[in-house]
Design a protein around this ligand. Structure first.
Ligand code: HEM
Length: 433
């Protein structure tokens, strides 16, 4: 996906967008999102309670759509001025979510699988794919992209209409909307009016709003959904970890008087509070990072060490990457490397508890950046962490859960762009405290 949006634009333009958008991700904004998070979590809890007491006996056959609709409803209300109500609509995800899911998997196939199976040239392989039997796959992908774009255009029109109507109805009383997309659309509309209704200004404004919405839908919804789904997968797989997390959660909730949104946000954004919860999420994102590889272009010549002395650890060999080179950083390979993480393939949240004396200390910080780092790091990190912590807090405090089918196979999430675990079923039960 390319276009005029954060994530896909050049860094100079990104700085402008980030300046405009970052106010929607400050602690103060997060405080204002808290009520929405809690409201939609309550819907999820009611839903699970019903399933536990129904003939399904607490089994949700595919947990991902349940998580996906929760994340969609919250992001819709908090950032897009839109009430999707997809949790209430049933267990299925809206079509545009299925479309974007499919696009990501197929894009992964296009970008990575070809590199894995051949050392040849990507362009030649792409051509071969076009001409070969895989042609239908690309056509199907194009159909999905069109369908997703159509849904996003419809959504932008809805937001434009809402802002336009409020401007008309409220007159002097009108206040620009506080949600991110509401504010973007309001700004584009002001530019349209002040340009004497120039069609070109309207078109560019609409296009920018469309790209913002599409990218935030992808970067904000898919990532949190997949990470939370993976977290549940690992918690089902490792019962002791789940129990330990539940103890921490119970302890936290027991000592919690009615906190104000400000206090609650402070606690949940403080990395030293609820340490085990933080560690569970960190370990989930180590094994299943939603952004398993990052694309960058070297701005200047960069010299990097590639080999180290066994005894001293001093670099012995270097490589220079010339300015202008496109680089793909395979973060997930680092996450699975025994050089940086002992027992790298195992899910061990304890490795992140630095205060305890354990064998996993001293993880070099550059080896672990699930939200990336630097000027193009994830703008929604705090939002995502808050949402995921609240969701796990809520689920762990109210339910016990495990794989519904004990033979659920372990899947390793390697090389996939924002990909969740294969379909898995979770069995929930009321907690016996
Ligand atoms: C678990 C959740 C999330 C993870 C693991 C994650 C990870 C990342 C990573 C690795 C990048 C850098 C991509 C690159 O440079 O190629 C990124 C960028 C970005 N993320 Fe997230 N993200 C998450 C949630 C969110 C949320 C909730 C939002 C917004 C609501 C968001 C919005 C963005 C945007 C707009 C960018 C582009 C920033 C730029 O290019 O300047 N992300 N994210």
């Amino acid at each position: 996906m390319t276009g005029n949006s954060l994530l896909t634009c050049e860094t100079t333009q990104a700085k402008v967008y980030r300046l405009e958008l970052r106010k929607h991700f400050t602690n103060r904004s997060l405080e204002s999102y808290l009520a929405t998070f809690e409201k939609h979590l309550a819907v999820l809890n009611d839903k699970i309670n019903l399933i536990v007491d129904s003939k399904d006996k607490g089994v949700i056959e595919d947990i991902k759509p349940t998580i996906s609709t929760l994340v969609l409803d919250t992001i819709g209300e908090n950032l897009f001025s839109t009430s999707f109500s997809s949790q209430k609509a049933g267990r299925k995800e809206p079509q545009f979510i299925t479309d974007i899911d499919c696009c990501l998997t197929e894009a992964d196939w296009l970008l990575i699988e070809q590199w894995k199976t051949t050392s040849g040239n990507f362009v030649i392989m792409s051509l071969a794919a076009w001409l070969g039997p895989m042609c239908w796959k690309l056509l199907a992908l194009a159909g999905r992209v069109i369908s997703f774009k159509a849904a996003m255009i419809k959504l932008v029109i809805k937001i434009y209409w809402k802002v336009f109507w409020q401007r008309r109805m409220l007159g002097d009383q009108y206040q620009p909307p506080s949600t991110m997309m509401g504010a973007v659309v309001d700004r584009q509309m002001s530019a349209f009016y002040s340009s004497n209704l120039s069609p070109l200004t309207f078109f560019t404004g609409f296009r920018d709003a469309f790209w913002h919405l599409s990218i935030f839908m992808l970067a904000g919804h898919q990532t949190s959904t997949m990470t939370l789904t993976w977290a549940l997968y690992y918690l089902c797989k490792h019962e002791q970890v789940r129990q330990k997390l539940q103890e921490e959660v119970d302890d936290f909730l027991k000592n919690r008087e009615e906190n104000s949104p400000q206090e609650m946000t402070e606690v949940l954004t403080d990395k030293s509070a609820l340490k085990y919860l933080e560690a569970v999420l960190k370990e989930t994102m180590r094994l299943a990072p939603a952004g398993p590889y990052l694309g960058r272009k070297a701005a200047v010549d960069v010299t990097l060490p590639v080999n180290f002395a066994e005894d001293s650890g001093e670099p012995t060999e270097f490589i220079t990457i010339p300015a202008g080179t496109n680089v793909i950083v395979m973060s997930q390979y680092m996450h699975y490397s025994e050089r940086y993480f002992r027992k790298a393939g195992s899910f061990i949240p304890e490795r992140w508890l630095k205060a305890t004396e354990n064998e996993f200390e001293n993880i070099p910080p550059p080896c672990y950046n699930p939200f990336s780092a630097g000027t193009r790091a994830c703008i929604g990190e705090k939002y995502a962490m808050l949402q995921m912590k609240l969701a796990l807090l809520s689920l762990c405090s109210k339910f016990d859960f495990t794989f519904a089918h004990p033979d659920t196979t372990f899947c390793t999430p390697l090389h996939h762009m924002v990909q969740g675990p294969a379909r898995f079923a979770v069995k929930f039960s009321h907690r016996r405290k």
